[in-house]
Design a protein around this ligand. Sequence first.
Ligand SMILES: [Ca+2]
Ligand SMILES: [Ca+2]
Length: 478
Amino acid sequence: MEMWLDRRDFLRAMGAGAASLAMGKLAFAAGEGAAPFGGAQGKKPNVLFIAIDDLNDWVGCLGGHPDVKTPHLDRLAKRGVLFTQAYCAAPACNPSRAALMTGIRPATSGIYTNPQPWRKSEILKNAVTLPQHFMAAGYHALGSGKIYHGRFPDPPSWHEYWPSKTRCRPGDPMPAKRPVNGIPNARHFDWGPLNVPNEKMGDWQVADWVIKHLGKEHDKPFFLACGFFRPHLPWYVPRKYFDLYPVDKITLPNVKADDLDDVPPIGKRMARPKGDHAKVVKHKQWRKAVQGYLASISFVDDCVGRVIDAFDKGPHRDNTVIVLWSDHGWHLGEKLHWRKFALWEEATHNVLMCVAPGVTKPGGRCESPVGLIDIYPTLIELCGLEPRKELEGASLVPLLKDPAAKRDRPALTTHGRRNHSIRSKRWRYIRYSDGTEELYDHQNDELEWNNLAKDAQYADVKRELARWLPTKDAKNSR
Ligand SMILES: [Ca+2]
Ligand SMILES: [Ca+2]
């Protein structure tokens, strides 16, 4: 299938391949894939790797919500290339992050859900993660906050981690009385303002630690990870962020009450309209929930702003690649669904931006569909590291150089075994494990309201998109 040809072609293009690669990065850096910066000194660029948990496209520069205020994400995006159509490999923390950090998709690894320990997958147990690959190339790998899913940290991925290699982040303050929203058994599905200063928040402290390391000189090039947890639930952030969004002026998502009528049963089960959505409506919490999510986004935006300001004042500004991503999208009532865990646009669309001195130009916007799976090979190419044959993404460097460059492959998202979504520039095609389908035409239906899958005139469109489905669907790893 086409999807894998890219990879094989790439390997073939590497020519003599293994032998010269084995000689190390110098052999590679001297060839076609030479690091774009470093110049005469041959000094490798640093990487500042910023992750944001559960952030959908409600970011100013992506236009996902008219009320949202994200000045810092917007200014970072303007410095390099913003990918306006970036999609996750899986719409849940653990499988999305496992795929991003290993470069291997859920359908290959068998890691599809949050409770699966990803290092126990037969395919991933010896995988060389992105920071491990940088460590092997002489980098110092360090970080703080949520990079892997919280339950499954990966100590071999780091030289240094804060608070520790097995505990990725400090705790957060909580309101005295919970749940704030009055929904019974809400657990972390809750929202409300905190009367605490920013300094008490875990993400603020993660930023402090990262800022400290951005301000000093390092003996080696660094791979510095900064993983922010908000806007993950619960949406408890300092009151001033709630005050940015008066609840009576909140814009609710545009939702069609009968939107699920043309969705196959597996899709309906993913949406669970009688679950969160029914509770939110019954307890009159929709506006307050949207307010809580927006407030949490503006809080994390301030955290990003602090890191970028410190980066600019520090000594690494001209020799550091910045990549910022969120791990998947989020529904707030669209398709009567809440949270991630689905294959529609809201759950699969996420944030991705990259600044690479000497490669990207300010103000770049790339509208081709890309995947978070592409980050690993992109950073390899940007830093002139050895390629890895098992990686299933494709480098975004051609798009970083020219955001309008041609790219054929659509973005693939997988949710549970044999449920896939293919997103091209124009179409979204979903095929569930029982063969049922959805097809949406984003040119005329950006909210994915009209499922065209049963309309015979689109048979060729479906066939063309289906070529990109994985050829293998690995069994669930235990
Ligand atoms: Ca997440
Ligand atoms: Ca519909």
